[in-house]
Design a protein around this ligand. Structure first.
Ligand SMILES: Nc1ncnc2c1ncn2[C@@H]1O[C@H](COP(=O)(O)OP(=O)(O)O)[C@@H](O)[C@H]1O
Ligand SMILES: [Mg+2]
Ligand SMILES: [Zn+2]
Length: 505
């Protein structure tokens, strides 16, 4: 036996394509050569595998060893091929029978001692191995993540010798067990802490109910960040399917997946100095950006006008399509990015335009320039823009939070409104297509007339018109009403603060 074949998997976006590790021993100068587009970390595999084999009392064959990672045109990164390479060498040199190898797939980085270290992106590998009908062997450190795919056959090992013993039939490796005890469960801060601000609280509830995007406009310290961070607490927990998508994205990201976050609604708040790549994804190999890490959850952009304009423009595509395509010369990667956008901004550069507390020092031109940092097309894609006024100081200091509604109560209303939407149309109101509106958002003639008049007066686009109707639909759903009436439309219009400002300047 001088040729052995072992199965492993590479990482390509959300996929984990099969990699066949071929190990061939031949006469000639002893040495080890890896071919098949390996990146630096894979090339270093040679040294790790050699040490691991020698330190676990195997023999490192004094032959010429060629290792081919096929297909050759697929880029391969990381130390994940160490384990399959080591097993291939053992099989090719007759130190391990290759009888059982074909039933398995392997990933794992080797320490010089032969211990197995965790690898990134295990979740997509588990899903792919399951589809291929093979049992996967992963490092113990990845077992929690691997167990999330309940139907998959995954075993975990701590050391190279354990894997060999299992393949020889001497001992059995552990089946990965799901352990959700460490889960956080709670969804962060509670709305009970927010005093006053009935208008902003209501907007948050509407946004939660219909999955609408929302922009808070207000002076510093009025509670915009406070409100936004309480949105996850009034949303339903993720379904298993959604959680698996979220976990898979985290799994291939730089920080990896944390089992404690299982089923938690993602809340991502990138800083305004974030680069385009950090926000929308990219790099080599392509990594998901903040918008994909916010998939099925919330993307919070604080100080919206401070973001690079070009970076903001990149949000338009995913806001419409729910995914982002990253193009490289040779290949394309698509990451899901179905996030709910929540943003916050000051009304002017100094922050106090329209504030009763302090006078604004900005000129009209300065205010215009500030607002112009947000392009019209981006603003058009934000369903609601709501002013958050400064709270009178007395209210803040004297009012105890007993009078405030808690997140649990608001969440009940949100869940009921969401159920109405799903029963009626099978999706949330934000997701309604223009062609759906005729069927699900019927307006009486009177209401239609009023709306047309206002749209005309404020010179709003058709896109904005559709958004207003969808938000009105959600308001009616929150009130448990099937027909959209004038009060619903009026409240939806009231949630377009910037359109009014923009039409004035
Ligand atoms: N409505 C409110 N109820 C209770 N505390 C508030 C409220 N608004 C502001 N605060 C207090 O002010 C602090 C600053 O609020 P923050 O959300 O950071 O303001 P902004 O993001 O608008 O600048 C909060 O941490 C909170 O202590
Ligand atoms: Mg803030
Ligand atoms: Zn100002």
């Amino acid at each position: 036996m001088t040729l052995a074949i072992v199965y492993s998997r590479a990482s390509a976006g959300m996929n984990a394509p099969l990699v066949v590790v071929e190990v061939h021993l031949s006469r000639g100068m002893p040495g080890l050569n890896i071919v098949g587009l390996p990146e630096a970390a894979v090339k270093e595999s040679k040294d790790r595998v050699r040490s691991a084999l020698l330190n676990t009392c195997f023999e490192f064959p004094r032959w010429r060893i060629t290792i081919n990672l096929a297909p050759a045109d697929l880029p391969k990164e990381g130390g994940r091929f160490d384990l399959p390479i080591a097993l291939g060498i053992l099989a090719a040199s007759g130190q391990l029978s290759d009888e059982k190898l074909k039933e398995y797939e392997f990933v794992g980085e080797l320490a010089l001692s032969g211990d197995l270290r965790s690898v990134r992106g295990v979740l997509p590998i588990v899903l792919a191995a399951q589809q291929a009908g093979r049992t996967l062997i992963v490092p113990e450190a990845n077992s929690g993540e691997a167990a999330l795919v309940r139907q998959a056959q995954v075993l975990s090992a701590t050391h190279l010798l354990d894997v060999c013993a299992h393949l020889k039939g001497e001992t059995s490796l552990k089946i990965c067990q799901l352990n959700l005890e460490q889960r956080v469960g709670s969804t962060g801060p509670d709305l009970i802490d927010v005093c006053g601000q009935p208008h902003a609280r209501r907007a948050l509830e509407i946004a939660a109910a219909g999955k609408h995007s929302l922009l808070f406009v207000g002076s510093p310290g009025t509670g915009k960040t406070m409100l936004a961070s309480r949105l996850p607490g009034i949303l339903p927990p993720l379904t298993d399917e959604q959680s698996l998508d979220v976990a898979a994205l985290a799994s291939i990201s730089r920080n990896g997946f944390d089992i404690r976050q299982w089923q938690c609604v993602p809340f991502r708040a990138p800083h305004h100095s974030s680069s385009g790549v950090a926000l929308v994804g990219g790099g080599r190999p392509p990594q998901p950006g903040e918008i994909s890490l916010a998939h099925q959850g919330i993307l919070f952009l604080d100080e919206l006008p401070e973001f690079n304009r070009h970076v903001l423009e990149c949000l338009r595509e995913p806001l419409e399509s729910g995914s982002i395509t990253i193009s490289r010369a040779a290949w394309q990667t698509v990451f899901p990015a179905e996030f709910q956008l929540i943003a916050a901004m000051n009304p002017c550069p100094c922050g106090f335009l329209g504030s009763s507390g302090r006078a604004c020092r900005c000129s009209t031109i300065q205010v215009q320039r500030y607002l112009a940092k947000l392009s019209g097309p981006l603003l058009d894609r934000i369903d609601m823009q709501v002013e958050v006024p400064a709270l009178p100081l007395e209210l803040l200091s004297t009012q105890s939070n007993e009078k405030n509604e808690s997140s649990a109560i608001v969440k009940e209303r949100v869940l009921r409104a969401r159920q109405r939407q799903l029963d009626r149309q099978g999706k949330l109101n934000r997701e309604l297509q223009v062609s759906d509106l005729e069927q699900f958002c019927v307006l009486t003639d009177d209401v239609q007339k009023i709306l047309n008049k206002i749209i005309d007066k404020l010179n709003l686009s058709a896109r904005v018109y559709h958004r207003i109707v969808k938000v009105a639909r959600t308001i009616a759903d929150l009130m448990g009403q099937e027909m959209i009436d004038a009060t619903h439309i009026a409240e939806a219009l009231n949630c377009r603060a910037l359109d009014r400002t923009r039409s004035l300047i």
